[in-house]
Structure formats: structure tokens, C-alpha cells
Ligand binder design. Structure first.
Ligand SMILES: O=C(O)CC[SeH]
Length: 425
């Protein structure tokens, strides 16, 4: 005979056989049109895009059309888009490029990007970032700092806004600052970061003799694209990271460099066959690029509808949480003066003994998370703690992120299951 709690969660799973997926910030399913575009490309555009005969030209055309859709999605030009294997590669590329740009003179002399300042002391490139970045930014900078390749200032997010303070970012600038990288929206709290304001202030900054002539600006837009409007020119960034599997696209991505080689330098960190205009070699993954292009096309057409729907469902979720649990919950990442992604709710069940991971283990049909998928789920989220959430509260957090198809009925089912977990515990 099964012990009571196992039989309860097993019986709950049986009762509510329908799985409710509520972890869209971890990844999204492929939109049906995206699957069709990938399948079509697999069948019809298998040629090597570098080949000059029909099979290659068909593939090249697919890639060019996809590039235009991805560019349109973020308000960029087709030439601004460089396909990569995903967000991690795009983020690593931008940071490694900044290292080179710190001392790099343009050998052709065509673009005054030389950043070298003539101070006698050993010059070390300096980066500024937040303390809530995704690991594909954080761990790169941690490594550069630990190995003395670069200096890094991690500006802590304010505990009263969940966002970095623009003036604190500006105060962190040194003569050797080469790049500021701050994510557009946090994947766990959903809090939007003041990227536009940071870029505006940096672009107004006068640099002096002995200082880097230019501070490059990057944002990891992985979690924002497809949920809110994202426009590189409106933001004022030089570089922006695009991640397909966050907006119902395939697991590839892109690095956007605004007006490359004219306004924004681009340097390769991989070398090979010359694809992507010699900046990102490797025979192109045509079907996935086709899928990314279709996903981008859908975002272009529907992002306002997506945003409104997700906000409605997320706000319904939070209203239901308040109604059913009252003082027993704490919504993490909800600040009066900060904007959040429309789909993200980070909630701690503070009057429960159970930790977030334990709650989810007893609610098998509720597919949510305690934090970023790439972080261990058996400890409190360091992102929440960095945002000022007490450790005891962070332990009890669930990250619930809704998607384009999530319904209020899904929310009702998930909350019903969570309530029965608490009744049994
Ligand atoms: O936040 C997530 O789950 C995706 C990045 Se690991």
C-alpha cells in the first residue's frame, strides 16, 4: 500500500491528467507554423547555401528571408543579424569581441574604433553588468575577472525596484570601461532593466584623453523578445542577443550588431569557412534558421496580442493567488515602480512548510520551476536573493511563467492542485 503522500500526489496526477505547462521562461514549444517552416526547409532547402547552383541558392534564399524577419522583429536591418547556435554563443561572442575592441585598431583605418587609452599603467578592460544576469553573461565575466583578463563591476539591483539603478551604473564607469551589458528582462523575476536609460546616458557621456573612447552597449534580450516590443534603435544598444526557443522558435539564436562595420564593430571569434560574412563560420543550419525566421515573423505580427493575453492570464493567476492564499504568499519581483514581463509570476508560499521544489514534486501536473532551468533546483535562487528576497522566502518560491496558449482554466487547475498539496502537507 503506497504511503499517503505518494498516493495523494499519484491520485492527483490521475485526477488532473492534463499537464499544465507553466515554465515558458525556461523554453517554449515550437509554434505549428515554425514546425512547418522547418520541415519545408529540411525537404526543399537542404543545399549548401554557399553553393552557387540551384540547391544552394534555394537555401541561401531561405536564410536571407529569415534574416529579414529576425531583423524586422527587433527593428534592425538585415545586415545587423548574425545567426548563432543560441543565446549562450551570442553572449559569449559579444563579450569576447569587447575584449578585442579594448585595444583593437582598425587595420584598414576605415573605422575609428581604436579604444586604446595611452595610460602607462597595465591596461585591463573593464566591464559593467548587473548581479542578476543569465549565466552565459555572468560566468563569462566571472572567468575573465578570475583570470585577470578583465575587471568587472557587478552593479546590484535595487531591493526596492528589482532593477539596477542607472546612476549606479554610470558611477561604475572607469577610464578602462569597454562594455556595459545589462539584460533587458530578468528570467526569474521578469523585472525589466533600464537599458534604454543606461544607453542614453552613456551615449551622452564625454570621454577624455586616457579613457576608452567608446563604451559598447549590449543587452541580452532573450526573455523579452516575443513578450514585449523590442527595438534596438529605441533601446540605443550596439549589440543585442536573440534566443529562438524563448519565442516558440528553434534552439538557435542570433547576435544583432547595429549597422555593423559602420557604426558597430564586429569581430570574429570563430574562424572557418567564411559564412555569415566571415564573422560566424560554419555551414548554416538552414532549417533552424528558417524556423527562427518564421518565429520572428509571428512575433512581428502578433506580439501585442501575445503580450495582452499573457498579461491577462498572469494577472488572473496573481489575483487568484491573493484570493486563495492572502497573506500566505509573497509575489517576488513585483515592485510599484518597475515594469515586469507580462507572463512572469514569482511567488513564495511563505506560510507553508514546503520548499518550492517540494511543492512541485507533490504537484506532478504543474510544470513550473523554482528558478532558471540552468540553475540547481535544490537551493534558493541567487537571483531572488540578489533582488532582496530573504533566503527563507526564496526557498519557498515558484516561478510560474505563462505562454501564448495558457488559459485561465489552466491556472484554475494548477492552483487547485497546489491547494490540495498544501491540504495534504
Ligand atoms: O530561465 C530559464 O529557465 C532559462 C534560462 Se536557464
Amino acid at each position: 500500500k503506497l504511503p499517503k503522500r505518494v498516493s495523494n500526489s499519484a491520485s492527483r496526477a490521475k485526477q488532473s491528467s492534463k499537464m499544465v505547462y507553466l515554465d515558458y521562461n525556461a523554453t517554449t514549444p515550437l509554434a505549428p507554423d515554425v514546425i512547418d517552416a522547418i520541415t519545408e526547409s529540411l525537404k526543399e532547402a537542404w543545399g549548401n547555401p554557399s553553393s552557387s547552383y540551384t540547391a544552394g541558392l534555394k537555401a541561401k534564399k531561405v536564410i536571407s528571408e529569415a534574416r529579414q524577419h529576425v531583423a524586422n522583429m527587433v527593428g534592425a536591418s538585415e545586415n545587423d543579424i548574425f545567426f548563432t547556435s543560441g543565446g549562450t554563443e551570442s553572449n559569449n561572442w559579444v563579450l569576447q569581441m569587447a575584449l578585442q575592441l579594448f585595444d583593437w585598431y582598425d587595420p584598414a583605418g576605415e573605422m575609428p574604433v581604436s579604444n586604446a587609452c595611452k595610460s602607462e599603467s597595465r591596461r585591463v578592460p573593464h566591464f559593467i553588468t548587473s548581479n542578476v544576469e543569465h549565466d552565459s553573461v555572468k560566468l563569462v565575466l566571472d572567468h575573465l575577472k578570475k583570470t585577470n583578463i578583465a575587471d568587472v563591476t557587478y552593479v546590484p539591483v535595487s531591493h526596492s525596484t528589482g532593477a539596477v539603478d542607472v546612476d549606479e551604473v554610470m558611477a561604475a564607469i572607469t577610464p578602462n570601461t569597454v562594455m556595459i551589458t545589462v539584460m533587458l528582462a530578468n528570467n526569474e523575476t521578469g523585472v525589466l532593466q533600464p537599458v534604454k536609460e543606461i544607453c542614453r546616458k552613456v551615449r551622452d557621456l564625454k570621454r577624455h584623453e586616457g579613457e576608452t573612447k567608446r563604451i559598447y552597449l549590449h543587452t541580452d534580450a532573450a526573455q523579452a523578445i516575443g513578450k514585449i516590443g523590442v527595438d534596438v534603435k529605441d533601446l540605443g544598444v550596439d549589440y543585442l542577443t536573440i534566443v529562438g526557443h524563448k519565442f516558440y522558435g528553434p534552439r538557435i539564436g542570433a547576435m544583432c550588431a547595429v549597422n555593423p562595420l559602420k557604426d558597430t564593430p564586429v569581430l570574429p571569434v570563430l574562424f572557418g569557412g567564411g559564412q555569415e560574412r566571415n564573422f560566424r563560420p560554419g555551414t548554416e543550419n538552414t532549417p533552424m534558421i528558417a524556423g527562427l525566421g518564421k518565429a520572428a515573423e509571428l512575433v512581428c505580427k502578433n506580439v501585442n496580442t501575445y503580450q495582452a493575453h499573457m498579461a491577462d492570464v498572469r494577472n488572473y493567476l496573481e489575483a487568484q493567488l491573493e484570493e486563495k492564499f492572502g497573506e500566505g504568499i509573497c509575489i517576488n519581483g513585483k515592485f510599484p515602480t518597475s515594469d515586469r514581463l507580462p507572463n512572469t509570476c514569482n511567488v513564495s508560499f511563505i506560510d507553508q512548510k514546503l520548499k518550492g521544489g517540494e511543492i512541485l514534486s507533490k504537484a506532478p501536473s504543474v510544470q513550473a520551476s523554482v528558478g532558471a532551468a540552468c540553475h540547481a533546483q535544490d537551493r534558493p535562487s541567487h537571483i531572488l536573493i540578489s533582488t532582496g528576497v530573504p533566503e527563507s522566502v526564496a526557498w519557498k518560491a515558484l516561478r510560474i511563467s505563462v505562454g501564448r496558449e495558457t488559459t485561465r482554466d489552466d491556472i484554475d487547475q494548477a492552483l487547485q492542485e497546489l491547494q490540495s498539496v498544501f491540504q495534504d502537507s
